[in-house]
Write a protein that binds this ligand. Structure first.
Ligand SMILES: Cc1ncc(COP(=O)(O)O)c(C=O)c1O
Length: 370
């Protein structure tokens, strides 16, 4: 007899992560794999974080600090916010789920997202009764904030804006965001998911979500240690918001949601500006290379401000993804990202970029002539 699982859960698609390196090695019998599928840091973790985790490993028989005091204090000092405004999560993924849980819960509640955008927003909506309103990106693959403002109703509770957006890498500008925020009711919670903040923050027109939190608006700025800091495997994310929203998250979260190693890794990573600067400098060069590589095979790159870039190949990207995989290069096909003719590729080291460029040159002309 089958269990009576909630129908909304059965309608959810399990998250499809980038293919793991070991799995591809096993399946294809290859020794060298280049993974450019999950927007990780090609230089690895901050060395300071590695040292901190090694030192803390001896204490992992003790429960972590459920209040994550050291990590929140370090973030409070760095970003100039009171500790009551700081949330920590088991990756920012967890904070996305929790925001859905604390804000949505009746069939009439509405949540608005761009389309395509980060798939975990949809998951947050599917886990609770609510209506998910998906507003297509504009023709430049950017959030259409005018259309999103028009989609707002009296029932809108929550809006997610990934800035830069995943999978497109595009940004909304400060002037556009200011206009949008002035047009919608102030009690709606707007989440600025800034997972790729460090890669875009040099742009003058790029808005910093923390500035809006400081104004006391119902804004959540989400940041992660998984990208520029290189800590994707240990799972730790940060959020900045009003004490009221943070208090609700605090009630709903698991008591020890961020483990003891993740907490010390986060504190150390926040002090390692050098690692972030090195990562960001490599990223700019990598984005230029990716755009040139895409153009060289006739694909149209989307201008990206994140640590990955997408390009439109004008035909299904699945076969290109598969052909690259055969050569040991793991990318992300847009077929699973609601952009079926696009390929998304993360920035790697110089050597990884060279391998990708060579593989793409090899694969795309072959497919074209096939
Ligand atoms: C836009 C966006 N938000 C959030 C996340 C999740 O990050 P974390 O590893 O902190 O859960 C990702 C990861 O790819 C992302 O692209």
């Amino acid at each position: 007899m089958s269990a009576r699982i909630r129908p909304n859960v059965l309608r959810m698609q399990p998250y499809l992560p980038g293919k793991p390196i070991e799995e591809v090695k096993r399946e294809l019998g290859l020794d060298r794999i280049v993974k450019l599928a999950s927007n990780e840091n090609p230089f690895g973790p901050s060395p300071k974080a590695i040292a901190a985790v090694q030192a803390a490993a001896e204490r992992m028989h003790i429960y972590p600090d459920g209040a994550a005091f050291e990590l929140k204090s370090a973030a409070a000092a760095k970003f100039g916010l009171p500790i009551e405004s700081i949330m920590v999560g088991n990756g920012s993924d967890e904070l996305i789920h929790l925001l859905g849980l604390i804000l949505l819960g009746t069939e009439s509640d509405e949540m608005i997202v761009g389309d395509p955008s980060f798939s975990r927003y949809d998951a947050a909506a599917h886990l609770v009764p609510c209506q998910l309103i998906k507003v297509p990106l504009d023709r430049h693959y950017r959030h259409d904030l005018t259309a999103m403002a028009k989609a707002v109703t009296d029932n809108t509770k929550l809006i997610f804006i990934a800035n830069p957006n995943n999978p497109t890498g595009t940004i909304v500008r400060k002037s556009e965001l200011d206009k949008f925020l002035s047009e919608i009711p102030q009690d709606i919670v707007v989440v600025l998911d800034e997972a790729y903040f460090e890669f875009a923050s040099h742009l003058e027109e790029y808005p910093d979500g923390i500035d809006y939190v400081k104004q006391g608006r119902n804004i959540v700025s989400l940041r992660t240690f998984s990208k520029a800091h290189g800590l994707a495997g240990i799972r730790v994310g940060l959020g900045f918001t009003t004490p009221e929203i943070n208090d609700a998250i605090n009630r709903a979260r698991e008591p020890f949601n961020v483990n003891c190693l993740a907490q010390v890794a986060g504190v150390a990573a926040l002090s390692d500006d050098e690692h972030v600067a090195k990562t960001v400098a490599n990223n700019q060069k990598g984005l230029d290379r990716l755009a040139a590589a895409f153009r060289s095979v006739g694909a149209t790159p989307i201008e990206s401000f994140a640590n990955f870039a997408c390009a439109d190949f004008g035909r299904p990207a699945g076969p290109i993804f598969k052909a690259l995989l055969q050569l040991g290069v793991i990318t992300r096909s847009g077929e699973g990202l609601s952009m079926p003719t696009c390929l998304r590729v993360s920035v790697g080291t110089e050597e990884e970029m060279e391998i990708f460029e060579a593989a793409l040159q090899k694969v795309v002309p072959v497919l074209t002539s096939a």
